[in-house]
Design a protein. Sequence first.
Length: 96
Amino acid sequence: MCIGIPMRVVEAGEFEAICERHGERHRVSLMLVGAQEPGTHLLTHLGSAIRVLGDEEASAIDNALTGLSEAVDGRPFEALFEDLISREPELPEHLR
């Protein structure tokens, strides 16, 4: 299984960016998404940006990853999935 990690661009060049998540900085290739402005959220995988994210989507993905880590460690995680707890699950449009 592949997991994309949301990161925020802090320094950007034409082909690479320095991105940050939870205080850690990483060099990320922009070859698949093009040049991006600082502050932009990206979904990254194996050192490459694979998609530009909106703020809400980046936060939801980050909360889900943090929630999984909390659950594995036996800590409370429900608050990180508030958007799912208050509604019935729905299939994405393409799977209906």
